[in-house]
Design a protein around this ligand. Structure first.
Ligand SMILES: [Zn+2]
Length: 197
C-alpha cells in the first residue's frame, strides 16, 4: 500500500505526444528502400535518420549544439501484398515497434519510455474520478473530488474509515494527474482533515 510520493498513483505517466517521436510508417513507406529522413520538432531538436538495409543511423541535434548519433536495428516483415515493411527494434526491449520516442537521451518504445497515449490517460483519469466518487459515497460525503470532506460516519469502524481515507488519498492524487500544484493542494486538504481517534 503506497502513501504520498510512492507507487503508481503518484502521478499520471507522461504522454506520447510530449516526446519527440520517430514513426517508421511515415518515414519509410513500404519498399521505399534506403534513404534519409529529416524531422524537426518545434522548440526541440532536429533528427536525421539514414535508413540502410537492416539498420538506421539516427542523429539528434539540438540548438545548443549537443548531438547524439545512434545506430538502431530494423526488423523487416513481408506483407502478403508484397514488398516489405521495416520496423524499429526497440534498443531497450528488442520489441518490434512502429514508434520510437526520445526519452532521457535514448530512443525507446512507448513501454520502455513509460509513456501513455492521451486517450489511455483520459480513460485512466475518468476511472480515477469514478473511484473518488465511489469512496466518497461510502463515506457518506457525496460525490465530487473537490467537494467538502466530512467526518467519520456514525457507526463506521475507525479502521474502515482510515482505510477509506487512504484509498481516497490515492485515488484523488491519481485523478489529479501529474499537476504538482494540484497534488500539493490535495495534500494540504487531506492534512487539514483530522481523523478522529
Ligand atoms: Zn522497448
Amino acid at each position: 500500500m503506497g502513501g504520498f510520493g510512492s507507487g503508481q498513483w503518484q502521478q499520471g505517466k507522461p504522454l506520447t505526444s510530449e516526446r519527440m517521436a520517430l514513426d517508421i510508417r511515415v518515414m519509410q513507406r513500404p519498399s521505399k528502400g534506403c534513404g534519409t529522413d529529416y524531422v524537426q520538432w518545434q522548440g526541440g531538436g532536429s533528427v536525421y535518420v539514414k535508413f540502410q538495409d537492416y539498420v538506421a543511423t539516427v542523429e539528434v541535434r539540438f540548438p545548443s549544439q549537443a548531438s547524439q548519433r545512434r545506430v538502431i536495428e530494423l526488423e523487416r516483415t513481408e506483407p502478403h501484398f508484397g514488398g516489405y515493411r521495416n520496423w524499429w527494434k526497440c534498443p531497450g526491449c528488442r520489441a518490434r515497434v512502429g514508434m520510437l520516442y526520445w526519452n532521457d537521451w535514448r530512443w525507446q518504445c512507448r513501454k520502455c519510455a513509460g509513456l501513455v497515449h492521451e486517450s489511455t490517460r483520459q480513460t485512466e483519469d475518468t476511472l480515477a474520478y469514478a473511484r473518488v466518487d465511489r469512496i466518497r459515497e461510502k463515506l457518506g460525503w457525496g460525490g465530487g473530488m473537490l467537494s467538502p470532506m466530512g467526518g467519520r460516519p456514525k457507526g463506521m469502524h475507525m479502521r474502515t474509515f482510515a482505510r477509506l481515507m487512504r484509498e481516497l488519498t490515492e485515488a484523488s492524487i491519481h485523478a489529479a494527474g501529474a499537476g504538482a500544484d494540484r497534488i500539493d493542494m490535495l495534500t494540504e486538504r487531506l492534512l487539514k482533515t483530522r481523523i478522529p481517534r
